[in-house]
Write a protein that binds this ligand. Structure first.
Ligand code: DGL
Length: 268
């Protein structure tokens, strides 16, 4: 039996499109409904309470659109709102976050090793990765560093150039990130600079981004629950809480193909 309800994804803005892209690649027969909360970005500098209130509003939009799953395609929102959203939606829809699949991946691939994490201030301050990795009891030492310059840098299209090299090098030289065996890209914007980070570090450093890992975990869930679709009947929908042409052109950069953004206010 096929299930043609869409997959809902949301992020503070357009960074979560890296996850949407990975989902489309791994699950091409699923329709996606994406919500970018561009009116409130960046989430990385916001309080937990603010992000929770935005997340509830977005969940309402995605529930109304009859999504079968809501994927929080944002580390800052995953660390702030996952538990609350689960409680809020109850049995109405499954909530998936970007952190748990990554933690399982790290547990399976880096036992007894030292792993670095870069992300927004909100994600790093929440210590959610630290708590979940500790709970694995796999003797993994996690060293986290907030790297707040990276999101605006990427959104302005500054990557693979002299300025982005300098900023990334400065962060990578921080004492938290020395002698690590793996580096978690704990922000959904960062897949765009994955190759550049690899270029600026040793080839032995394994860099893991959540987009692919979380898309695989979504696929596994749909298969286990018999919720997969076999054909997309309606076009994907990309909504934003505030529209500018600059968001639309950046969105194309994150999704790798032209998309049309539709404005949908959270407060109507
Ligand atoms: N993409 C968001 C994340 O994964 C960060 C962007 C923001 O600060 O809004 O944390």
């Amino acid at each position: 039996m096929k299930n043609n309800q869409p997959i809902g994804l949301f992020d503070s803005g357009i960074g979560g499109l890296t996850v949407a892209k990975a989902v489309k690649k791994i699950l091409p027969n699923e329709r996606i409904i994406y919500f970018g909360d561009t009116a409130h970005l960046p989430y990385g500098d916001k309080s937990e309470a603010a992000i929770q209130s935005y997340s509830i509003k977005i969940a309402d939009v995605l529930l109304k659109a009859k999504c079968k799953v809501i994927l929080i395609a944002c580390n800052s929102a995953s660390s702030s709102s996952y538990e609350l959203l689960k409680e809020y939606v109850g049995k109405r829809v499954k909530i998936i976050n970007v952190i748990d699949p990554m933690v399982r991946f790290v547990g399976a691939n880096f036992p007894n090793r030292k792993v670095g994490l870069i992300g927004t201030k909100r994600t790093v301050l929440s210590e959610v990765y630290d708590q979940k990795i500790k709970a694995l009891d796999a003797d993994i030492s996690l060293k986290s560093l907030a790297t707040p310059l990276l999101v605006p840098m990427i959104e302005e299209g500054y990557f693979n150039n002299k300025i982005s090299h300098e900023i990334i090098e400065e962060y990578l030289a921080h004492k938290q990130l020395q002698n690590i065996d793996g580096l978690i890209l704990g922000c959904t914007h960062y897949p765009l600079i994955k190759d550049e980070i690899q270029l600026l570090t040793s080839n032995d450093l394994e860099i893991v981004d959540s987009a692919h890992v979380v898309a695989l975990s979504l696929k596994q869930y749909l298969e286990e629950e018999n919720l997969k679709n076999d054909k997309v009947e309606e076009p994907d929908l990309f909504m934003v809480s505030d529209f500018t042409t600059s968001f639309e052109s950046s969105a194309n950069m994150f999704f790798d193909s032209p998309i049309k953004l539709i404005k949908h206010s959270l407060w109507d």
